[in-house]
Design a protein around this ligand. Structure first.
Ligand code: FES
Length: 91
């Protein structure tokens, strides 16, 4: 079993310091660890789009993205759209 690695994630403008397995998906990190449940687990295969978040300005499927690969990419979830005047791509 691989050792967890330390990562720093920027989610909705907040910095998070976590230890994650290399195989942990961004969706698991957001929902199960950061309790940001606005991104849904639908197909869990990259098809339905229910898990979509914005990473570094680009919409990505969180169920197919590894958390360890998201270091340095600001993440925005649907919770981060609260207060936005303009409609977000997530909405
Ligand atoms: Fe369906 Fe991610 S859960 S695309």
């Amino acid at each position: 079993m691989a050792k967890p690695i330390a990562v720093e994630l920027s989610v909705n403008g907040r910095e998070h310091h976590l230890f994650v397995d290399l195989t942990e998906t961004l969706l698991t990190t957001l929902r199960d660890r950061l309790l940001l449940t606005g991104s849904k687990r639908g197909c869990n295969q990259g098809v339905c789009g229910a898990c979509t978040v914005v990473a570094d300005g680009v919409p990505v499927r969180a169920c197919l993205s590894l958390t360890a690969n998201c270091v340095g990419e600001p993440i925005k979830t649907i919770e981060g759209c609260e207060g936005d005047r303009a409609m977000s791509a997530l909405q």
